[in-house]
Ligand binder design. Structure first.
Ligand SMILES: Cc1cc2nc3c(=O)[nH]c(=O)nc-3n(C[C@H](O)[C@H](O)[C@H](O)COP(=O)(O)OP(=O)(O)OC[C@H]3O[C@@H](n4cnc5c(N)ncnc54)[C@H](O)[C@@H]3O)c2cc1C
Length: 374
């Protein structure tokens, strides 16, 4: 017999578990990574249940949500841009349609140039087709200062990540595939060919807990270098733009004269509490180019799941094959996750024999064995 009501994590998350549930995959964590993985599983016809406790980590829920195929430091392409960007531009509109929500906003990303950038941009645009070679003034100078002009990036845009996650969880709940609550690692029982958590019996568990993977006893061998970031929401009625603007900070339009401005980086703070020094930094950088009045309405912070070598963490545990991970999306989850979720599903369904070495979590397996004393 099964308990009619069960406490999941002892801190308020409970739900009714009526009967034993069998599934193929139990996805732990419903941020951007878990959400996109689940959606991809759906496309591949795979059975899954997602468990998420919103609020344990909030990177996806406060992110700028941008996709930008250009590395501003070098003006080259970001890693795998030629593959991941076209993929994202198919994945998100399809997902938006399935959710019946406006989550996908392809738009110009306009970079404000300095004197050196201006020279470098023209040169780099000859070989990087994501750079629009035209340098001009995208804004009036009394609104956005661009003494050396500005230039735009092709195939950029942003996603409303929070809306995407929340709408999908609502849909999954209706299908009885979403369980709200936090998983405690001690409650997971590993059998030879399956894993049990409470009354859910899965062939495999896939962990997608963002930077909280640091607490996961099976995957804490991965070299997480979590990067805290702060953002603010502003109201700027005179700005009137649909473009993303980028200089030291970025501005993403949210509609109705609201904008998100971000983001800072802090490597030594594991709290999601907004910081005064980060707020000061955002305001100083914003006021270097924004010439119109604005009001700050909100200030949020969260932690990016960034890996030491800046590549995702995907695949099975080095020893326990039915425990897996899909994480490490770092600062670029919006671009990386759809392509690599598809790559992972090809592996899981036997269409691909190997996971790309650069993203395979087992590239760090030495640390697992070393920590074990092997
Ligand atoms: C300020 C800021 C700005 C950013 N801007 C961008 C951007 O413009 N473009 C971009 O591509 N990326 C951006 N990022 C990065 C992006 O947010 C991440 O790549 C991505 O959101 C990571 O998603 P995730 O699902 O791995 O992690 P998370 O968002 O942390 O999600 C993990 C989920 O798992 C849940 N969870 C954790 N442990 C448990 C447990 N034990 N039981 C149940 N649930 C659990 C958490 O509550 C959460 O819901 C930004 C990040 C920050 C902080």
């Amino acid at each position: 017999m099964f308990a009619a009501k069960e406490t999941i994590d002892g801190d308020g998350g409970w739900f009714i578990i009526m009967k034993r549930r069998e599934t193929k995959y139990l996805i732990v964590g419903g941020g951007l990574a878990g959400t996109i993985l689940a959606r991809t599983m759906e496309k591949y016809g795979q059975d899954f249940i997602m468990v998420d406790k919103p609020g344990k980590s909030n990177s996806s829920r406060i992110a700028g949500g941008m996709f930008n195929p250009v590395l501003f430091r070098t003006l080259g392409k970001t890693w795998q841009a030629d593959a991941i960007i076209p993929f994202a531009h198919v994945f998100y509109p399809e997902f938006a349609k399935a959710l019946n929500q406006e989550i996908y906003f392809p738009r110009k990303l306009v970079r404000i140039l300095n004197q050196q950038n201006k020279v470098d941009w023209a040169e780099a645009a000859k070989t990087n087709d994501f750079l629009d070679s035209e340098i001009k003034e995208y804004f009036q100078q009394d609104i956005v200062q661009q003494l050396h002009g500005s230039a735009s990036i092709n195939l950029a845009g942003n996603i409303d990540v929070k809306l995407m996650i929340e709408s999908y969880q609502r849909d999954l709940k209706k299908q009885d595939r979403f369980w709200p609550g936090g998983i405690q690692y001690d409650d997971i029982e590993i059998q030879e060919n399956s894993v049990t958590w409470k009354n859910i019996h899965a062939e495999k568990v896939i962990f997608c807990e963002g930077y909280l993977v640091e607490k996961n006893p099976w995957f804490n061998f991965t070299p997480m270098k979590p990067a805290k970031g702060d953002v603010i929401i502003i109201h700027a009625p005179l700005l009137k733009t649909d473009h993303i603007i980028n200089r030291k900070v970025w501005i993403v339009p949210l509609g109705d004269d609201y904008y998100k401005v971000g983001a800072t980086y802090r490597w030594d703070d594991r709290t999601e509490t907004p910081r005064q020094d980060a707020l000061d930094e955002l305001i100083t950088s914003l006021e270097e180019f924004l010439n119109v009045p604005y009001t700050i309405l909100d200030h949020q912070a969260a932690i990016r799941p960034t890996v030491g070598d800046r590549r995702p963490l995907i695949g099975p545990h080095p020893e326990i094959e039915n425990l897996m991970i899909f994480n490490g999306m770092g600062t670029k989850g919006v671009m990386l996750a759809p392509y690599f979720a598809d790559h992972f599903l090809q592996y899981l369904t036997g269409k691909k024999e190997e996971i790309m070495e650069r993203v395979d979590v087992r590239r760090f397996q030495r640390t697992w064995y070393k920590n074990k004393g092997g």
